[in-house]
Design a protein around this ligand. Structure first.
Ligand code: ZN
Length: 228
């Protein structure tokens, strides 16, 4: 695979597993939006190119640590089991349509970003698939990204292939392949079961071996093949 950006300063050998899990921060750059260093500079190049074509890209989510992901997970779990009265297993199934188990989020790596169009960033619930489709406010920026993002190393992670399992289609979520491919490799060579720490995540008592292997095969690995 050829990448537009060739000078990557990323050491796979010394990568701490705690970085992969979101416990320790990677080498981050940015102010309110934080990105892994190589990802940051690649994004800046893409942002400039988009601007020249009349589009203002806006990142709404970038680096996110373990604690933040745990907060998201536990909130959703409580909402689905209490307010919506779902059985725990059904609640978990609902959460993992879009959200990861803490410790396994690609947002922990600082390489994955959710992108919208700056001009419409005041909308409620910006991350809705319909907004990126024909007639939606992000359709034009999405078209630009479809044509150009890969030149800068950014690939859609959860694509719209109908045969893909795991997370639902996320037209906003891009991953910086030159670094994230390496981090995924580290994650896959680790003991994922241990990474999915059970004690502090709501509903974790339902993560049996069958669930975990399905989660690994579908949610972690059934992604855009260009990112593996
Ligand atoms: Zn995302």
């Amino acid at each position: 695979m050829f990448f537009f950006i060739c000078s990557i300063s990323f050491s796979q050998k010394n990568m701490d597993l705690n970085i992969v899990r979101g416990i320790k921060k990677p080498d981050l750059v940015g102010d309110s939006i934080l990105l892994e260093r190589n990802t940051y500079y690649a994004f800046k190049k893409m942002e400039d190119a988009a601007k020249k074509d009349g589009f203002n890209l806006k990142i709404v989510s970038a680096y996110r640590g373990y604690e933040r992901q745990k907060h998201i997970w536990n909130n959703k779990y409580n909402k689905f089991t209490n307010t919506h009265s779902l059985e725990p297993l059904k609640a978990i199934k609902e959460i993992i349509r879009y959200s990861t188990i803490p410790g396994t989020s690609r947002h922990h790596w600082g390489t994955d970003i959710d992108i919208i169009d700056e001009n419409y960033s005041d909308q409620e619930n910006v991350l809705m698939t319909s907004k990126f489709e024909k007639g939606g406010v992000f359709y034009n920026v999405k078209k630009w990204l479809d044509l150009n993002s890969e030149k800068f190393g950014f690939y859609i992670t959860y694509n719209n292939n109908p045969n893909r399992k795991g997370f639902d289609y996320e037209p906003w979520h891009y991953s910086y392949a030159p670094v994230s491919i390496k981090i995924l490799d580290i994650l896959m060579n680790s003991e994922i079961k241990k990474i999915i720490e059970k004690e502090s995540i709501n509903g974790a008592e339902y993560f049996n071996d069958e669930f975990i292997s399905k989660y690994i095969n579908e949610n972690i690995l059934d992604i855009n093949p260009a990112l593996k």
